[in-house]
Design a protein around this ligand. Structure first.
Ligand code: NAP
Length: 264
């Protein structure tokens, strides 16, 4: 059983926690890393781009904790296994896993190449990458018997069909990752591991720069909040889900999209 909080004081703190964040070197993952670091957590970043990883670590150092990066391709189980082992040993355990690494593609299915390669690339990263990481970290969390929190960064595109861009592989992968979140919440609850998803909408990162400029006005007009989200705002939600304040929250998909999903 996961113990409830008895007071709000320090309930949102991540002091003493160790978080492993895939794709924490830039974009949304870096926003989550900074928010968690500012809330007291040590951070292990897993990604491929070592230069961006060093830049991210330099940014994190202002918060005064332990920050390291480990090379990892989440689509390859052997790479995941090696990186998780390194991070687990270096940090002496991991309390929080954020499955954030992701890619997209904008194409209708029938316009894809003969190998349907875009479909497999996106599914291998956005769905299978999350599964690979959950398997490797989840087993270690179970064996350490200290509980944990897993947060899957999905998308509001996993809940709607976004008319502005055709992206069936992305939407399908994110929808599956949302339901994977439900399944894991049930399977891992007995180990005191909570599993939740965050489904962001349009957020200012490298990924959102692929949106055609002529669609921006339409997209923003559909958002009651009137603007794209910022990585730190997704970070704030991730801090809450990882914190003791969320001890009773598991198996949820939290939408943070400025209200876009209501009227798109
Ligand atoms: N931005 C948005 O509007 C938005 C909206 C909804 C959901 N999301 C989700 O938020 C997450 C982050 O997106 P973002 O906007 O921050 O994208 P981004 O700026 O393009 O960053 C993508 C991140 O994923 C990592 N990554 C991709 N493939 C990887 C692989 N095979 N192995 C390891 N790392 C890999 C990248 O690491 P490298 O630098 O090493 O390649 C990078 O850190 C994704 O899951 C995305 O679907 C974003």
């Amino acid at each position: 059983m996961i113990q409830p909080i008895t007071s709000i004081k320090n309930a949102f703190s991540l002091n003493g926690k160790k978080a492993l964040i895939t794709g924490g070197n830039r974009g949304l993952g870096l926003g989550i890393a900074c928010a968690m670091a500012e809330s007291g957590a040590d951070i292990a970043i897993l990604c491929r781009d070592a230069v961006r990883a060093q830049e991210a670590l330099a940014e994190l150092r202002q918060y005064g904790g332990k920050y390291e990066s480990f090379s990892c391709d989440v689509t390859k189980l052997e790479s995941v296994r090696a990186a998780v082992k390194q991070a687990w040993e270096d940090f002496d355990g991991i309390d929080i896993l954020v499955n954030n690494a992701g890619i997209t593609c904008f194409s209708e299915l029938l316009d894809m190449d003969e190998d349907i390669s875009d479909w497999y690339k996106v599914l291998n990263t956005d769905l299978n990458g999350t599964v690979n990481m959950t398997y490797e970290v989840g087993k270690r969390m179970r064996d350490a018997a200290k509980g944990g929190a897993i947060i899957n960064i999905t998308s509001n595109a996993g809940l709607i069909v976004n008319k502005t861009q055709p992206m069936s592989p992305y939407s399908s992968a994110k929808a599956a990752a949302n339901h994977f979140t439900h399944c894991m919440a049930v399977e891992l609850g007995k180990y005191n591991i909570r599993v939740n998803a965050i489904a962001p909408g349009f957020t200012n990162t490298d990924l959102s720069e692929f949106i055609p400029k002529d669609q921006l006005a339409y997209i923003i007009n559909q958002m009651p909040a009137g603007r794209f989200g910022e990585p730190v705002e997704v970070g704030a939600m991730a801090v809450y889900l990882a914190s003791p304040a969320a001890a009773q929250v598991t198996g949820t998909v939290q939408i943070i999209d400025g209200g876009y999903i209501l009227s798109c």
